[in-house]
Design a protein around this ligand. Structure first.
Ligand code: 6PG
Length: 468
């Protein structure tokens, strides 16, 4: 029987998605390129492993794989982002016909997805650049899905994507058409940017509690557990388990080298923010924190040279502020992330629906949290507003500002870096300052380069120069 969908690429995510679809009674053909010189047949083995539960049509020949699909064909690519996507598309093209649809479910760059959509559309082939979040478990049990491309492409496959997606608290699918071109992958990129910053917040507060406040891991796990009753954050939830995980009698976390890796999406968010001219402090600082963490040998050497005896800080004195500061930085990070989506939407005319985006991020994805659920309502009522100007948020932030200052300064006094929290605080203080320091910047620019400046009390866009 012809398959409704073809799944190309049986890595961890591809396998999980194939199983997810099959469990929803979607007939799937699976294909994996066999590496030269490697005997193993990935697609065949995968089908054999699950033979008792599902009947996958498996192939090791792209022509037969394509021929096994219902017309017009729907093919999901779950391959490594980058060049591989183009190579795979090229290899499939000879067998495709007008109206066939390719869905790229990897973490591709949004500009590449825009380019691929155009390239394929010229050949009459439809394309959806689709962000999929949730890791292996999400892909298997229900991810959050962010498809971008032509609406008619979404109409073709939307029912399957919605069927396999996670469900929000009202039972609605955590999958929605995002917008044209690279919009789906842009939104996924920003999802990952927000993810980077949220991870950094949890990591640096853990680090502060463990190495400066000298709490043991069990205690930190307990504190995070208490916080998470309110925050309901997936990242916090897994961090609690991570803190408690033991290998024999020792904590596994202590055995993991403190040098972070990254595959790119966080840094792409920063680059995109520079292109759009929007601030992205929290996300950028999280990217940079990963980069500096990677310089382990240099850090060890410098730590020896600069070693110091900081004053001891007491957890009990700072406990309440720590929790408030954590909540505040999460809010600031989301405000920054969603402002960026708004700017991109205007710049690229994507007409992004921020309420729908936050809704499909309430389940299945890595950044699901209680705050995300609040944002669904917030963005449905306040399409234009900045989150930080919303009445309830203002009431909270007015108090929490002081907590952010207390925790950041205490950590810095204790000679502990808090890049994520400092970035959130500095962004917030800058955002809420009527007078910035930029009059000096403008004067300096005009002094050495005659770059001109605008004047207080004169219309914006009118420029002056002084002979300094
Ligand atoms: C998700 C994740 C995932 C992402 C990694 C990338 O939403 O499921 O965002 O798609 O690939 O988390 O992270 P690194 O850049 O840290 O490798």
């Amino acid at each position: 029987k012809p398959s409704r969908i073809g799944l190309y690429g049986l890595g961890v995510m591809g396998k999980s998605l194939a199983l997810n679809m099959a469990s929803k009674e979607v007939q799937v053909s699976v294909f994996n390129r066999n590496l030269k010189g490697v005997e193993e047949d990935v697609a065949k083995d995968f089908a054999a492993t699950h033979i008792n539960d599902f009947n996958f049509n498996w192939f090791d020949d792209p022509e037969k794989f394509v021929a096994s699909l219902e017309r017009p064909r729907n093919i999901v690519l779950m391959v490594n982002a980058g060049k591989t996507v183009d190579v795979v598309i090229e290899s499939l093209l000879p067998y495709l016909e007008k109206n066939d649809l390719i869905i790229d479910g990897g973490n591709s760059h949004y500009k590449e997805s825009g380019r691929r959509e155009q390239f394929l559309n010229e050949k009459g082939i439809l394309f959806l650049g689709t962000g999929i979040s949730g890791g292996e478990e999400g892909a298997l049990k229900g991810p959050s899905i962010m498809p971008g491309g032509e609406p008619k492409a979404y109409d073709r496959i939307g029912d399957i994507l919605e069927n396999i997606a996670a469900k929000d608290k009202n039972g609605k699918a955590c999958c929605a058409y995002i917008g044209p071109g690279g919009a789906g992958h842009f939104v996924k990129m920003l999802h990952n940017g927000i993810e980077y910053a949220e991870m950094q917040f949890i990591a640096e507060i853990y680090h502060f509690m463990r190495f400066s406040l000298r709490l043991d891991q069990e205690r930190i796990a307990g504190i995070y557990e208490k916080w998470n009753k309110e925050m309901r954050s997936y990242l916090l939830e897994i961090s609690i388990e991570i803190l408690r995980k033991k290998e024999k009698d020792e904590f596994l976390l202590d055995k993991i080298l403190d040098a972070a890796k990254q595959k790119g999406t966080g840094g792409w968010s920063t680059k995109a923010a520079l292109d759009l001219g929007v601030p992205l402090d929290t996300i950028t600082s999280a990217v940079m924190a990963r980069i500096i963490s990677g310089k382990k040998e240099q850090r060890v050497m410098a730590a020896e040279i600069y070693k110091t005896k900081p004053d001891k800080k007491e957890f009990e004195k700072i406990e309440k502020s720590l929790f408030q500061a954590f909540k505040a930085e999460q809010i600031i990070n989301h405000a920054i992330g969603f402002e960026m989506l708004k700017s991109a939407s205007e710049e690229y005319r994507w007409d992004l629906n921020l309420s729908e985006i936050s809704r499909i991020w309430t389940n299945g994805c890595i950044i699901k949290s209680g705050l995300m659920e609040d944002l669904v309502k917030f963005f449905s009522e306040n399409k234009e507003d900045n989150l930080l100007l919303h009445k309830e948020i203002v009431d909270f932030m007015k108090d929490a500002r002081q907590d952010l200052i207390i925790v950041t300064t205490q950590a810095l006094q204790a000679v502990v870096p808090m890049p994520g929290m400092s970035a959130a605080l500095n962004y917030f203080l800058s955002f809420t300052s009527a007078q910035s320091s930029a009059n000096m910047i403008q004067a300096q620019r005009d002094y050495f380069g005659a770059h001109t400046y605008e004047r207080v009390g004169r219309p914006r866009g009118e420029f002056f120069h002084t002979k300094w």
